[in-house]
Design a protein around this ligand. Structure first.
Ligand SMILES: C[S@@+](CC[C@H](N)C(=O)[O-])C[C@H]1O[C@@H](n2cnc3c(N)ncnc32)[C@H](O)[C@@H]1O
Length: 243
């Protein structure tokens, strides 16, 4: 199993070197707004995580899980949170390190795998924020279990994921410009992890996202979704609470 994560890290590092758009850091303007109490965390081009889900983060302990890249963590820190980022990619973490140094923000950076949060004691965080990344793990349940364990009672888990429908269809090229065809059963696995350079990606079911969180003890209290510019890309975000 370890080799899957090593391969994912190589894939991510390569994308960061090629300046993929989801590795863009927070802008000055976004950070200024967060400092002025107007934190906005986008999860699509037009939609933000509802402000009331985040509340006042001053002094709150936040884990930005698989959320390096210099975007969410600096904004959360500007909003007054005590932020820890755990991510598999050193190249993504380097972006947070650089921005934290420039802006004199205190952000704790941890290189690690979101399936194993054993370095954090029970009930450490008030909020765990997980940007789109669960498509890199074969099983979401260990992640949800760990998130539940490291959250304080009354804490929240906000996760973003790709709607499974995105994995049902593949693009078929033809002389008329191509079309999408339903070809995959869910759960989906790109199954390229035997090839050293292959892309590794998993499409999980809604049962595992929603049922999985509930099975770990979470109470789901919020759901929003967003269709991206590429209309085949649909994302959703849930808010879950540990009572
Ligand atoms: C699409 S990026 C999300 C972060 C980005 N800031 C954003 O706003 O979209 C996915 C992140 O998940 C991380 N990641 C993938 N698999 C991981 C794992 N098993 N454990 C920890 N981080 C992981 C990647 O290194 C990458 O930084």
């Amino acid at each position: 199993m370890k080799h899957i994560f090593e391969q994912v890290e190589r894939n991510i590092n390569r994308l960061v070197e090629n300046k993929v758009n989801w590795a863009e850091s927070a802008t000055e303007e976004q950070m200024q707004k967060a400092q002025n109490g107007e934190l906005e965390l986008m999860f699509g081009s037009e939609k933000a995580i509802p402000k009331e889900w985040l509340g006042d983060l001053k002094g709150k302990k936040v884990l930005c899980l698989a959320g390096a890249g210099g975007l969410q963590a600096p904004l959360l820190a500007c909003a007054g949170a005590e932020v820890t980022v755990l991510d598999l990619s050193e190249k993504m973490l380097e972006k947070d390190r650089e921005i934290a140094r420039k802006k004199k923000l205190r952000i704790t950076l941890e290189h690690g795998n979101m399936c194993d949060l054993s370095r954090f004691p029970e009930e450490t965080f008030d909020l765990v924020l997980n940007p789109p990344s669960l498509f890199y793990v074969p099983d979401v349940l260990p992640v949800f279990k760990e998130c539940y364990r490291v959250l304080k009672k009354g804490g929240s888990f906000i996760m973003t994921a790709v709607n499974p429908i995105a994995y049902v269809c593949d693009y078929v090229e033809d002389e008329k410009g191509g079309y999408y065809k339903a070809v995959n059963r869910m759960p989906y696995c790109s199954a390229d992890f035997d090839n050293q350079d292959g892309w590794v990606e998993y499409g999980h079911t809604m049962e595992s996202y929603i049922g999985g969180q509930i099975a770990c003890g979470f109470v789901i209290t919020g759901y929003v979704e967003c269709q991206m510019e590429d209309i085949t890309e649909l994302y959703f975000v849930t808010k879950a609470e540990k009572n």
